[in-house]
Design a protein around this ligand. Structure first.
Ligand SMILES: [Zn+2]
Ligand SMILES: [Zn+2]
Length: 188
């Protein structure tokens, strides 16, 4: 549940009085956005220097006032949305945890790898010509992949950095290229 959002404390907002048309700054205290409304709620009364206490319906936000509120809400939303998404992304996106490759506590990608290990994995994938799994090789035309691989190996060596060179589970991709054995049992 999202509680009332607090935009800010001790906020001074620029208003226009709808009664007398005066523009004035007003200290409205804490500004919240109630869960049930998209209109901000002010802790303190809005007071026109001429007309005195005004309701929300008796004032307009000036452009300045609007941008003051927008700035507040932006600052607020940034934090809030980031926090929220951090939670949401846990488990299926970038998140912070111990890296699968090096155990370093870091921001991990969806393979559970830190940036450095992700780079190692990339290079390993390319070393192994697992083009389909490599983000680096993605979109690289087939004829240029070998050049990419050579470049990687030239720069980082041919040894696998992250993937252990045991039997690869990926080799399940059996190519069904057995010669077609027609079972041509002569019918009846
Ligand atoms: Zn007024
Ligand atoms: Zn790592």
């Amino acid at each position: 549940m999202i509680a009332d959002r607090i935009y800010g404390h001790d906020m001074v907002i620029n208003f226009e009085c709808q009664k007398c048309g005066a523009l004035f700054d007003c200290d409205v205290g804490t500004v919240t956005l109630p869960e049930t409304s998209d209109k901000p709620d002010f802790e303190k009364e809005i007071i026109c220097p001429k007309c005195g206490s005004l309701s929300m319906d008796e004032v307009l936000l000036t452009e300045i006032g609007q941008s003051q509120l927008t700035e507040m809400s932006l600052g607020f939303d940034d934090d809030d949305i980031l926090d929220f998404e951090d939670d949401e992304l846990n488990g299926f996106g970038f998140y912070e945890a111990g890296c699968q490759g090096c155990d370093l506590f870091s921001t991990l990608n969806d393979f559970g790898l830190c940036e450095e290990c992700a780079g190692k994995l990339e290079r390993d994938l390319i070393r192994q010509r697992d083009w389909n799994y490599s983000a680096l090789a993605y979109g690289v035309p087939a004829e240029k992949r070998e050049a990419l691989r050579n470049e990687i190996i030239g720069r980082y060596g041919g040894k696998l950095e992250l993937i252990s060179p045991k039997e690869e589970p990926d080799r399940k991709r059996k190519k069904k290229r057995r010669g077609k054995r027609k079972k041509s049992r002569g019918k009846g």
